[in-house]
Design a protein around this ligand. Structure first.
Ligand code: GTP
Ligand code: MG
Length: 197
């Protein structure tokens, strides 16, 4: 897929103020610092479109980016940031739950997983929650440039094994790097496929 245009549309704390549900959208979620915002910049090839940071907890709002005037990429705040207060975490959970469960134009959630790590409980639990609610998701493993491909593949295989304890089948899994653009075509190809259905 060719990205002709990518524009920031709106940031929100309130579900009621999101853009109208008329265009398909794809949301990026995962642990704080896993690389959600970086992946959006890599896919669109617009540096700084989504704000990134070395410090976790950078993205705090629901951010909509309009792509090719046809569909949205949505950057969400991360989960599992140890430094955030309990009140913040409870608020995050409510806000995100509301968004994921009620957003009618949401086609698919991309759950980002750090390819350097063995399965993390919080990620597995998040996937299980999506599964229970029947929300379609795809797994995107990030930061593949930080290590050898064999190590990434091992971690992906272990994650798959872990999910198979809870699911009959596992969703699509894609290895990516925001640094080298590895996996870009694959992610965009999947979006294009869903958009045409
Ligand atoms: P929050 O908004 O805090 O939840 O984080 P995020 O998931 O949006 O992460 P972000 O994109 O801000 O990236 C976090 C850090 O990881 C930044 O320092 C990025 O430069 C770095 N990073 C993200 N993706 C990659 C990647 O593929 N390769 C490398 N080497 N670094 C990456
Ligand atoms: Mg972010």
């Amino acid at each position: 897929m060719i990205i002709k245009s990518a524009e920031f549309t709106v940031s929100n704390t309130q579900i009621s103020k999101l853009p109208p549900c008329v265009l398909p959208e794809y949301a990026f979620i995962g642990r704080s610092n896993v690389g959600k915002s970086s992946l959006i910049n890599m896919l669109t090839e617009v540096k700084g479109l989504a704000k990134t940071s070395q410090k976790p907890g950078k993205t705090q709002l629901i951010n909509h980016f309009l792509i090719n005037n046809e569909w949205y990429l949505v950057d969400l705040p991360g989960y599992g940031y140890a430094q955030s207060s309990k009140t913040n975490r409870v608020q995050w959970a409510k806000f995100i739950k509301n968004y994921l469960e009620k957003r009618e134009s949401l086609q698919c959630v991309f759950v980002l997983i750090d390819s350097r790590l063995p399965p993390q409980k919080i990620d597995v639990e998040f996937c299980c929650n999506l599964g229970e609610k029947g929300i379609p998701f795809i797994l995107v493993f990030t930061k593949s440039d930080k290590q050898g491909v064999v190590k990434s593949q091992q971690n992906m295989a272990t994650f798959k094994k872990e999910l198979l304890k809870y699911f009959e089948d596992v969703p699509e899994m894609i290895l990516t790097s925001a640094e080298t653009k590895f996996g870009r075509e694959k992610v965009l190809g999947l979006i294009a496929e869903i958009n045409t259905h």
